[in-house]
Design a protein around this ligand. Structure first.
Ligand code: IMP
Ligand code: MG
Length: 167
């Protein structure tokens, strides 16, 4: 396993993102809507550095993929509280093609939140198929398959404290 982003770098960058969110939301309540399972470490690192009243919601999705991902996304576990009128930030581990977030954004907008933003720890801009506006990006990375800090390879490696890649 090779280290791409070590623990100290992750922590430092996430703390900066937290400050940015804190100053933009000025004491408002925020709903962190985490996409299971990969977003959990990032969501927690971000949330614990923000002093606003933060509520947690989680959603789990999976995409039916044949050889190429089709964008047919299924909700396995839905949110449990109403987000109508709330200030929501979708929290994701990585934006790759953009299909998951594009689907989720549409789905969640139908519930009429007061605002809806997106925060992702990682982004692979060269892989984007659907252009999607991402409000907070931790790190832009090249087209490499990464694991750790929530990200998995076949459900493995999520608990690594850093972001790494396998040769
Ligand atoms: P998208 O719909 O193509 O943007 O897919 C995003 C999802 O694909 C993420 O939530 C991850 O679960 C997964 N994914 C994309 N790239 C990687 C990677 O490098 N490592 C682990 N999971 C990834
Ligand atoms: Mg994911």
């Amino acid at each position: 396993m090779n280290v791409l982003i070590n623990e100290a770098k992750l922590q430092k960058r996430i703390q900066q993102m937290a400050k940015e969110i804190e100053s933009e939301y000025q004491g408002k309540q925020i709903v962190f809507l985490g996409i299971l399972k990969g977003s959990v470490p990032f969501l927690w690192e971000l949330a614990k550095n923000i002093r606003n009243d933060i509520r947690f919601e989680f959603i789990e999705v999976s995409s039916y993929e044949g050889t190429e991902s089709t964008g047919n996304i299924k909700i396995n576990k839905d949110i449990t509280h109403n987000i109508t009128g709330k200030d929501v930030i979708i929290v994701e581990d990585i934006v790759d093609t953009g299909r998951t977030l594009s689907f989720l954004k549409q789905y969640l907008l139908e519930k009429q939140p007061n605002s809806l933003k997106i925060a992702t720890l990682l982004s692979k801009p060269s892989r984007r198929v659907i252009e999607i506006g991402v409000d907070y990006i931790g790190f832009e990375i090249e087209d490499k398959f990464v694991v750790g800090f929530g990200l998995d390879y076949d459900q493995q490696y999520r608990n690594l404290p850093y972001v790494g890649y396998i040769e």
